[in-house]
Design a protein around this ligand. Structure first.
Ligand code: ADP
Length: 490
């Protein structure tokens, strides 16, 4: 029986999973890597450490179950998006650390409306293109070397594929490729042509010669080099992490959406074959593309503070011992007694984009205690989600009647019920919430024709709305009132 393997190269760790074609995970290994923070707002990773961890995780996952490369029919890769690496094509050595997506050192000028029309992206510090340009401008001699064709640029998918297929040992064999979803996060790719936009490359300062070739996400990329880890296995699926979660959740039809509740909240809505440009603070991106087919697009909205509000209650206020206690405490009361938390710790992201907002707690009375505050924190998560969902519905002209969910916070059953209530929609949590890595494995399996639909994620649980409209309206209006008060504080 063939297996499918997937690498999930995330912000804090690198994981390798080996699954059956039925979606049963038989082996996995994971290693964390260091977070390098040279200055406030700067976040870097050591690309060599990431590659070493990838090799170790592959070796360990294989050893755990006595599986050999010959048993593996396909390899998928999913990765932290927008993290940028520049390396020497001869030696394989990075010329600078990877600049991580969270890093705020770059910003770009130019016309935001034109950039949005061409790339679907908003003006902020996330895209990879300006990060590559920063490296070329700040490492001595790098720009000249890049122009001479001596340096290569890549997001983490590209870096891993280059190392898997050749790397420093056989650089002449190494492929320099990326997929459309990763390329769509660089500010250099035209969302309609799915190719690098020469004018943007010039404007941002990234020589075209150092950029990888853009491929469909699902289909053959290359084979791993014969002597490397996963020797000879074909790489047949590559997706950025949020797109992998969307694919893993099986959101393959227009109007299907997933929300990931982690440290932050990330929502993607499949908008089908047409780019929908947002008028409500969302960005447009490629959801996935199968080789030889037209791309599928998505709208994306991210909320800065999700599970990190629970961490704040636990670590800064000390009113929870564990994240899970947010559920048991909040269950002890019927409502938040009028308490509203607006967790605008670093401003508000989608759909409001208010950098001047700061966190507030409103509606406190002598009666309120930590149970009400825990409940208000869960409500804040649901209400922020509601705002992103409504923005998506308006932009895409669809009604979202079901939201598929994943991420660490979805362990909280009360949160799930509250979300269904506040949305007035169905919330569905799969049995296996590791949707990102399963999405990459699914893409690879489909790309290698060993499966024809995303892997199953076990038995799902769902929640339906249980509250009346006026109750919801009161919650929403108290929230809007509080959000208004959070403006201008930053
Ligand atoms: P990330 O991938 O962003 O690191 P995870 O998906 O692992 O995040 O989710 C971790 C987040 O979920 C943490 O911020 C944690 O506070 C929160 N969390 C975990 N369990 C619960 C729970 N039972 N209730 C509420 N929040 C939770």
């Amino acid at each position: 029986m063939p297996y499918i393997a997937a690498i999930d190269q995330g912000t804090t760790s690198t994981r390798v999973v080996i699954t059956t074609t039925e979606g049963r995970v038989v082996s996995q290994a994971q290693f964390e890597h260091g977070q390098i923070m040279p200055r406030q707002g700067w976040v870097e990773h050591d690309p060599m450490e990431i590659w070493r961890n990838t090799r170790r995780a592959i070796a360990e996952a294989l050893a755990q179950k006595d599986i050999t490369e010959g048993d593996i029919a396909a390899l998928g890769i999913t990765n932290q998006r927008e993290t940028a690496v520049v390396w020497d094509r001869e030696t394989g050595k990075p010329v600078y650390n990877a600049i991580v997506w969270q890093d705020t050192r770059t910003n770009h000028d130019g016309d935001p409306a034109r950039h949005m029309r061409t790339t679907g992206l908003l003006h902020n510090s996330y895209p990879a293109g300006p990060k590559w340009a920063w490296i070329l401008d700040n490492v001595e001699g790098a720009r000249e070397r890049a122009e001479r064709g001596e340096l290569l640029a890549g997001t983490i998918d590209t870096w891993l594929m280059w190392n898997l297929t050749g790397g420093a040992r056989e650089p002449e064999r190494a492929v320099h490729l990326t997929d459309v979803t990763n390329a769509s996060r660089t500010l250099l790719m035209d969302l309609n042509t799915l190719d690098w936009d020469e004018a943007l490359c010039d404007e941002i300062g990234v020589p075209r010669v150092m950029l990888p070739e853009i491929r469909a996400s699902i289909g053959e990329f290359a084979r791993v080099r014969p002597r490397g880890p996963f020797a000879g296995v074909p790489i047949t699926g590559v997706l950025g992490d949020q797109q992998a979660a969307l694919f893993g959740q099986g959101c393959l039809a227009e109007g299907e959406a997933k929300m990931t509740y982690g440290t932050g909240l990330f929502m993607l809505l499949n908008t089908g074959g047409a780019v929908q440009l947002s008028e409500h603070g969302l960005l447009s991106t490629v959801a996935y593309q199968r080789a030889g087919q037209a791309p599928v697009y998505a709208l994306e909205g991210s909320v800065a503070v999700g599970g990190s509000l629970i961490q704040w209650l636990r670590d800064q206020l000390g009113i929870l011992r564990t994240a899970a206690e947010s559920e048991s405490l909040a269950r002890q009361v019927d409502d938040s007694a009028g308490v509203v938390i607006v967790p605008a710790f670093s401003g508000l992201f989608a759909p409001r984009w208010r950098s001047d907002a700061r966190g507030i707690i409103t509606g406190l009375t002598r009666f309120a205690d930590r149970r009400h505050i825990a409940r208000a924190a869960l409500e804040a998560t649901c209400l922020q989600t509601l705002e992103v969902v409504r923005a998506m519905e308006q932009d895409a002209g669809v009604a979202i009647d079901e939201l598929r969910v994943d991420g660490g916070m979805t362990d909280n059953d009360l949160l799930m019920q509250m979300q269904a209530d506040i949305l007035g929609a169905r919330v569905v949590r799969p049995g296996n919430i590791e949707t990102t890595v399963m999405g990459a494995a699914s893409a690879a399996g489909i790309g290698a024709s060993v499966i024809d639909a995303p892997l199953t994620l076990g038995e799902s649980t769902s929640w339906n709305n249980e509250i009346a409209g006026p109750v919801r309206d009161r919650l929403v209006s108290a929230w809007k009132d509080a959000v208004g008060r959070s403006y201008g504080l930053g």
